[in-house]
Each structure stands twice: as structure tokens, then as C-alpha cells.
Design a protein around this ligand. Structure first.
Ligand code: PMP
Length: 452
């Protein structure tokens, strides 16, 4: 009989199938084992300290040891550790959270449907588009448009919308011909020579319109869009983009779903990315910073108009036949309620606006660096895109792994960041970051960049 592995590292490489990891390389290299968090920092099992420059996975807005969230979870665990929302029942905190979310989200979003992850919320949104259009007597109107470099999750439907090869290769995704893709509106990368940002936005909207017309507007049900495309490389929309896109969608009666899984709750300097970019969505998906990442929870927000149609249809069918065992679970709901209370008490949006000019200014200094093609960002999110030739914007040969290499060097210097496709390095520090935290973050980044 072989001995069982003793170390955490060996247990991990022996028993754990890792998400978003090169599995073969991982077996040789082993994991970075994280055991503890404090403020904007996490600590390895060897005690090494890291600044979490991506808030974990864009979610730990309140850092890694907010005691009020621990108390909220404990209190809820002691009072009602589980209950569901099926068959007309509901935990008290779940109803409280629904009200609070309707309060904080923009006007026109009137009900919350709870799920456990961003992927589930987006899958649920697709189901509602289909249900809604069946109910409206438009059973053909089912196609869904997302964008190249979009990230909407990994479940079969959400993964079909995620426009990134690494999330689809090998999985037979996209799994449905009902999922279509329009262009990624990254002006720096895809703007033509001499084309203004505004003209680029107009071209993006024309391409969307051409796609809708080619498919037949009577077959197109909805478009999904992140206000800022996060995992695609922190891609900010060009000026005027969402105004133009929304005019096209309105013209052809196509719903717009804002995926606010990363942008929601202050990240962009307003409560929602939709407010930063003048988006008036028919539905909105929320997750991550909704619970500061402390417990899994997500929500799909819908308009009253859509709700009324769904209500009538479910009455005809006898039941609204959708629900997840843990959707609206009382413990994450209690934590999310406390998170929203903290955001309100500390005026998290004002806090982001107070610190973000410093963050963006520091980030902007890298624009002159010979390895950097573009620096972009707003609020407390940003990215640096590496480029082999500044003037021609030529990307590095992907096989060089420049972005991943830089991120590895950052890790050696005690800074966790994430490399995105196209050698973009993303920054998304906790919303509680102070100037001294950002100073430490950038000095570690400087040290890593100097070694490239
Ligand atoms: N939408 C966006 C914009 C995301 O960034 C993510 C995850 N990074 C998701 C959806 C999927 O969320 P989850 O991983 O919780 O399923």
C-alpha cells in the first residue's frame, strides 16, 4: 500500500482537480497554498505575505477579514442555517435582501431571483428570455448575442456565451446555434488606422445591427454585456458605445442583460457599471462583491414588465418551474445584507472615488514603459497590456507567455495579479485599499516589471 500524502501541497496535487489551471504542469509545480487573510493581504502556508491585487477573483471588496461578516454568518447559522424559497416559503433574510437589492440597483429593476454563482445567474437570465418570449407569443425570438472576449461563466449556456477560446476549447462549446457573437469593442486593439473612438463605436453598433438583420430580428431575443469586459482583459467600452448599441437593440426589440458580476457594487466609481456607462438593462446579473466573496451568492434582477409576463405564464402552466436548492440560502443572504449595510455606512462609492484617482494615476505612469502598449481603467479596476512594439501595437508571440511571466514575477515579490489573454495584466484591488496599500502594490509591481 502506498503512503498517503502528508503535505497540503501533495494532497492537492494528488486529489484535487483544479479549475483554470494547467493540470499537468500543476502536478509538477504544486499549488500556492493560501491559509489566511488580513485586510488587502493573504498569507501562504510558509507565512509569506501577498497583496491581493485582484481581490481574489474580483470579489473580496472588503478585504480578507471583515469581522462583521463573520458575525452575520455565525448569527444566521445559529438562527436558521438552511431554508429554501420553493413552494412559497422564504427565509426572512432572503426577502430582506431582495428588497435591498431592488433599492440599490438602478430604477427599472424590480425583483431579484437568487442563484449561487455568476454562471448560474446568467444561465437563468437566458432561460427567462426564452420563457418571456414564449409567453409573449414570440417563440422564434430566442437567439442570444454576446461578444468576443466576453466572460459570462462556465456552465453550458454561460460558457457558450463566454467568448474566450480557453474556456471553450475541448468542451464542445458553444453548445447551441442560438448563441451568437458580435465584435469586442476594444478601440486600442481593433480600432482602424485613423478611425476615431466615436467612429469605432458607431462601427461596432453597425456590426451588431448587421448581425441582427442577417439572423432575422424576429429570431434574436437578447444581448449580454459586461459594462467593462473583465476577464477578457479589462476592456472599457469606447465613448458612446452603449448609447449606440442600446438604440439598435431597442429598434429590434432585443433585451439587454447587463452582467455586473465584476462591475457591480462600486468597482467602477458608481454603484453599478451600468450607471458609469449609461446602460439601461432589462435584466442585471450580480455576484462577487455582493457578498464580498465571503459566501457564494448571485442574483438576477428583472424589470416589473418582464416579471408580469412571467407571472401570467407561470399561472397558466401551474408553477414557475425554476429554482435552485441553495438559491436565496439564508447564510449568504445574511452576509450580503451585512455587506450592503457596510457599503452604505462607509459610503463605498465615495471611498472608491476618493482613492481611485491615485490608483489610476499610478497605473497611467506605466504607459511610457517600453513593454507596455496600453494602460486602461476606471474606478478601482485597470489593466496593463504588454506589447512587443509600442508604435505598431504588435502583440508578443503568445508562446512567450509574457503576461503570465510578469504575473509570476509579481508573485515572487508578494503581489497577486492575473494575466488575461493578449498579455494583459489585470488590477482589481479590494475597495478598502488605502494609499499605503496601493503604494506597496505598485512598488512590488515595479520590482517585477524591472526584471522583465
Ligand atoms: N460574469 C462575469 C463578468 C464574470 O467575471 C464571472 C466570473 N469571473 C462570471 C460571470 C461567472 O461567475 P462564476 O464564476 O461565479 O460562475
Amino acid at each position: 500500500m502506498t503512503d498517503k500524502p502528508n503535505s497540503i501541497s501533495a494532497k492537492d496535487t494528488t486529489y484535487h482537480l483544479h479549475p483554470y489551471t494547467n493540470l499537468k504542469a500543476h502536478e509538477e509545480q504544486g499549488p500556492l497554498v493560501i491559509t489566511r487573510g488580513e485586510g488587502v493581504r493573504v498569507f501562504g502556508e510558509d507565512g509569506k505575505e501577498y497583496i491581493e491585487g485582484l481581490s481574489g477573483l474580483w470579489c473580496a471588496s472588503l478585504g480578507f477579514n471583515e469581522p462583521r461578516l463573520v458575525k452575520a454568518a455565525q448569527k444566521q447559522m445559529e438562527t436558521l442555517p438552511f431554508y429554501h424559497s420553493f413552494t412559497g416559503k422564504v427565509p426572512d433574510v432572503t426577502a430582506e435582501l431582495a428588497e435591498k437589492l431592488v433599492d440599490v440597483t438602478p430604477d427599472g429593476l424590480d425583483r431579484a431571483l437568487f442563484c449561487n454563482s455568476g454562471s448560474e445567474a446568467n444561465d437563468t437570465a437566458i432561460k427567462l428570455v426564452w420563457y418571456y418570449n414564449n409567453a409573449r407569443g414570440k417563440p422564434e425570438k430566442k437567439k442570444i448575442i454576446s461578444r468576443e472576449k466576453a466572460y459570462h461563466g462556465v456552465t453550458i449556456a454561460a460558457g457558450s456565451m463566454t467568448g474566450l477560446a480557453y474556456a471553450q476549447n475541448g468542451f464542445d462549446l458553444p453548445a447551441s446555434e442560438r448563441i451568437l457573437q458580435t465584435s469586442c469593442p476594444h478601440y486600442y486593439r481593433y480600432g482602424l488606422d485613423g478611425e476615431s473612438e466615436e467612429a469605432f463605436a458607431t462601427r461596432m453598433a453597425s456590426e451588431l445591427e448587421e448581425l441582427i438583420l442577417a439572423e432575422g430580428p424576429e429570431t434574436v431575443g437578447a444581448m449580454f454585456a459586461e459594462p467593462i469586459q473583465g476577464a477578457g482583459g479589462v476592456i472599457l467600452p469606447p465613448m458612446g458605445y452603449f448609447e449606440k448599441i442600446q438604440a439598435v437593440l431597442k429598434k429590434y426589440d432585443v433585451l439587454l442583460i447587463a452582467d455586473e458580476v465584476i462591475c457591480g457594487f462600486g468597482r467602477t466609481g458608481k454603484m453599478f457599471g451600468s450607471q458609469t456607462y449609461n446602460i439601461k438593462p432589462d435584466m442585471m446579473t450580480l455576484a462577487k462583491q455582493m457578498s464580498s466573496g465571503y459566501l457564494p451568492i448571485s442574483a438576477l434582477m428583472v424589470s416589473d414588465g418582464l416579471y408580469q409576463v412571467v407571472k401570467e405564464r407561470s399561472n397558466e402552466l401551474g408553477v414557475f418551474g425554476h429554482g435552485l436548492t441553495y438559491g436565496g440560502h439564508p447564510v449568504p443572504c445574511a452576509v450580503a445584507l451585512e455587506v450592503l449595510k457596510i457599503y452604505e455606512e462607509r459610503d463605498i462609492v465615495a471611498q472608491v472615488n476618493a482613492i481611485s484617482p491615485y490608483f489610476q494615476d499610478r497605473l497611467a505612469t506605466y504607459a511610457d514603459h517600453p513593454l507596455v502598449g496600453e494602460v486602461r481603467g476606471t474606478g478601482l479596476i485597470g489593466a496593463i497590456e504588454l506589447s512587443a512594439d509600442k508604435a505598431s501595437k504588435t502583440p508578443f508571440d503568445p508562446s512567450l507567455g509574457m503576461g503570465a511571466g510578469l504575473v509570476k514575477k509579481c508573485e515572487n515579490h508578494g503581489l497577486i495579479l492575473r494575466a488575461m489573454p493578449g498579455d494583459c495584466v489585470a488590477f482589481c484591488p479590494p475597495l478598502i485599499s488605502e494609499q499605503t496599500d496601493l503604494d506597496a502594490l505598485f512598488s512590488r509591481f515595479d520590482a517585477a516589471l524591472a526584471e522583465m
